[in-house]
Design a protein around this ligand. Structure first.
Ligand SMILES: [Fe+2]
Length: 243
């Protein structure tokens, strides 16, 4: 019981500082302290969107954000909770579930991924989100040659994902950055994924992420995405993984 209360407090406190959706677009100054890495995402509670629905305008429109968060993301969460109800998975962290996903029901893979991936995605976006920290910038230069080259490779990962899926920038077990793409709601933490690691940046390339504003023009959405990267959050995730 004590562990439950402590875990609840740890998870609830940062969320309470998040802006709610009734706040204005101008209130987009939150510096997230919620889920910089997934070790804290183990309470199976539906997190609040960390900014107003219109906070990423004009790059990501209000209607898309509202439907994406309140309908799509919420459905994944509800279905995930239903899928693990009464099982040992209720006591496992998301990381433990994903590390064993090949042995678990497909509903857990699809909906657990849908729950987790969107949390990462919301939090790594912010209008005019600055630039990578010096430490992350050095790692990007060492791995990709430049930030522009990272953007190109990451964008290509999103553009070339056939059907629905995600593009990722992650850190592998050796502390090295890498870019990958996963289908459906898979992610780099899953044991079914070819290139495994811990994500620090992701981009949703499901049509529901862009169709209302960009229709079939996924490359235009991807180009706009680079205007809403919360580099503070991405840099903090990197720092938490690479000491
Ligand atoms: Fe999505």
């Amino acid at each position: 019981m004590i562990r439950f209360i402590v875990a609840t407090l740890l998870f609830a406190l940062p969320l309470s500082s998040c802006a709610n959706n009734s706040k204005s677009k101008s209130d987009n100054s939150n510096n997230l302290k919620t889920v910089q890495n997934m070790k804290t995402l183990n309470k199976f509670e539906f997190p609040k969107l960390p900014y107003a629905y219109d906070a990423l305008e004009p790059h990501i429109d209000k209607m898309t954000m509202e439907v994406h968060y309140s309908k799509h993301h919420k459905a994944y969460f509800n279905n995930f909770v239903a899928a693990i109800k009464g099982t040992e998975m209720e006591k496992m962290t998301m990381e433990e579930i994903f590390a064993n996903i090949s042995k678990l029901p497909v509903a857990v893979r699809n909906n657990g991924g849908g729950f987790y991936n969107h949390v990462i995605f919301w939090e790594n976006m912010k209008l005019d989100g600055g630039k990578p920290s010096e430490k992350l910038a050095k790692a990007i230069d060492a791995t990709f040659g430049s930030l522009d080259e990272l953007k190109k490779q990451f964008s290509d990962a999103g553009k070339t994902r056939f059907g629905s899926g995600w593009a990722w920038l992650s850190v592998n077990s050796n502390g090295k950055l890498f870019i990958s793409s996963t289908p459906n709601q898979d992610n780099p933490l899953m044991d079914v994924t070819e290139k495994r690691g811990t994500p620090i940046l992701t981009m949703d390339v499901w049509e529901h992420a862009y169709y209302l504003k960009y229709q079939n023009k996924r490359p235009d959405y991807i180009e706009a995405f680079w205007n809403v990267i919360n580099w503070d959050v991405v840099s903090e995730r990197y720092d938490s993984l690479v000491k």
